[in-house]
Design a protein around this ligand. Structure first.
Ligand code: G3H
Ligand code: ZN
Length: 298
């Protein structure tokens, strides 16, 4: 299997890697099944909370076996990591990338803590990719009542350039109109997230590194296509999977009130999550013609 860096470098025009968070084996099976079905590479992500539940080394072992079993490249990312110790733990466990997230700290402190952590994980594995984050995209892949207070404060191209130059990160996660989680109206399909495409293009030019779009759930499909064209290389989706997980679990339990066998209750949940992942992977990997891309960009 090629490295994540090589894969990112060789991405076709208009294609981004899908990154999907997992917190249990049901979600992991669903993400893998979708990647196998669509026949594209995928990134499995687990935040600190998700790793605490699943086990950092346990997840790495599961993904290693799945890589060997299935024909698609599967990469593993330690998502939203808030300490050097947790980043080192993931690097030692064999993760391909770490999202070093000190974005809640003032800019200078974010720079120094990120830089120190980049150096620490690269000392463990020189090939590991380090992602840093500048700007506020809110917290929690959950259903929110309101958008977070800093929602309109987008990352500036100058901040992005300075941050990349002074930290040595390989990938940048900016705030470009995205936010973690979904509003109730988004879950109901009544509203969508919209992105600042021009700002993405400016940041790409200024920073010159791979860009990740966090908070992908509930984003307008056309905005995804335009964001990829403007320079986004990786897209994170979590809440959409969690919503499908919960709804299908409730449905499966309700339709089999006396069933206690997990492997009879859980397959419909794997299937429901897989459908969400498949449809996102198809969109992120659509080989649009240039005419179609212009049309999609509206
Ligand atoms: O790191 C995880 C993602 O940014 C997920 O965001 O829950 O809004 O899809 P989301
Ligand atoms: Zn995120």
């Amino acid at each position: 299997m090629d490295t994540l860096r090589n894969l990112l470098t060789s991405l076709q025009q208009g294609v981004a890697l899908g990154h999907f968070n997992v917190a249990d084996l049901v979600l992991l099976k669903a993400v893998l099944a979708a990647a196998v079905e669509v026949e594209v590479p995928v990134i499995v992500g687990a935040s600190e909370g998700e790793r605490n539940f699943l086990g950092t080394r346990e997840l790495a072992a599961l993904v290693k076996v799945m890589r060997e079993e299935h024909g698609v490249p599967v990469f593993l990312n330690a998502d939203h990591t808030h300490s050097r110790a947790k980043a080192e733990e993931a690097a030692k466990a064999g993760f391909d990338a770490v999202v070093i997230d000190f974005s809640a700290l003032p800019f200078e402190e974010n720079v120094s803590r990120t830089k120190e952590t980049v150096e620490a994980i690269k000392a463990i594995n020189p090939a590991i990719l380090a992602e840093g984050e500048v700007g506020d995209i809110g917290t929690g892949s959950e259903i929110h009542e309101t958008v977070h207070s800093d929602f309109q404060n987008l990352t500036t191209p100058e901040e992005a350039r300075q941050f990349v130059d002074s930290t040595g990160i390989d990938i940048l996660a900016p705030a470009v109109g995205n936010m973690h989680g979904m509003l109730k109206s988004m879950v109901q399909g009544k509203t969508k997230k919209h992105l600042n495409i021009e700002r993405i293009a400016q940041i790409k030019k200024a920073a010159g590194v791979f860009l990740t779009l966090h908070g992908g759930s509930g984003t307008d499909d056309k905005d995804f296509v335009r964001a990829i064209a403007a320079g986004i290389n990786i897209i994170h989706i979590n809440t959409e999977l969690r919503v499908a997980w919960r709804r299908s679990l409730e449905g499966s339990l309700a339709s089999q009130p006396n069933e206690v066998v997990p492997y009879k209750v859980l397959p419909p949940v794997v299937d429901a999550v897989k459908q969400v992942v498949s449809s996102r992977l198809k969109l992120f990997n659509a080989q649009l013609t240039s005419d179609e891309r212009v049309l999609a960009a509206g």
